[in-house]
Design a protein around this ligand. Structure first.
Ligand SMILES: N[C@@H](CCC(=O)N[C@@H](CS)C(=O)NCC(=O)O)C(=O)O
Length: 208
């Protein structure tokens, strides 16, 4: 049985959602990434980690999501299996890992991006991160306009990947997602998905 190590609302929520979509038993263990005990499992001090029972735990969202989707082909979460289909999926997975997720780091942890420690300097770092988040949403908006899902016509693991990040964007941007209507519609569609709801309830993000 898979065991997911997660922190509430973190990027690990995407793995939690995919585990719900697979419909198989799994265990979800809440951790604090900076806990030295947890760091014995993942020395990077980050969530998610997935213990598959097959050896060393898997880390890195994109790798875990791809692993779960490809080991459960009947769930249809890996999209079109042609080389081009996989390239599209990889392109959007990389977009979240490499472009969207890091744009939030200066917003949530500005102290890691400057040696200054006064509030004005930290606020500037947060502002720069927020501008990057907006740019990433612009790209996603252009892509999602006229689409129901990020890749193809049905849900893939990349749609799950979007949930925590678009949720963060919605919470940090003063007008929420109002400037990105296609992103907003996609996110609302995801939030209405029963598997997404279950994972969010399990993490205490919505009321039972
Ligand atoms: N590249 C990693 C990044 C994981 C990551 O940054 N996770 C955050 C939560 S969203 C975390 O655990 N942060 C704790 C820290 O950096 O101290 C992945 O994609 O899994």
């Amino acid at each position: 049985m898979n065991t997911l190590y997660y922190a509430p609302g973190a990027c690990s929520l995407s793995v939690h959602i995919v585990l719900e979509w697979l419909g198989e038993p799994y265990e979800a263990v809440r951790v604090n990434p900076s806990d030295p005990e947890y760091q014995k499992l993942n020395p990077a001090g980050q969530v998610p980690a997935l213990d598959t029972g097959d050896g060393a735990p898997l880390t890195q969202c994109s790798a875990i999501l791809g692993y779960l989707a490809h080991t459960h082909p009947d769930a249809g979460l890996a999209g079109d299996e042609t080389p081009l289909g996989q390239a599209y999926l990889g392109r959007w997975s990389a977009f979240f890992t490499g472009d969207v997720h890091p744009a939030f780091f200066p917003v949530f942890m500005p102290q890691r991006y400057t040696t200054a420690d006064d509030e004005a300097s930290l606020a500037k770092v947060r502002e720069a991160g927020t501008a990057l988040v907006r740019k990433r949403l612009d790209l996603l908006q252009a892509h999602l306009d006229g689409r129901t899902h990020i890749v193809g016509d049905t849900r893939t693991y990349v749609d799950a990947y979007s949930v925590p990040m678009i949720r963060w964007a919605s919470s940090i941007l003063p007008g929420g997602l109002a400037d990105w209507p296609a992103v907003k519609s996609h996110h609302e569609r995801m939030l209405a998905d029963p598997g997404v709801e279950r994972a969010m309830r399990d993490e205490g993000l919505i009321e039972s």
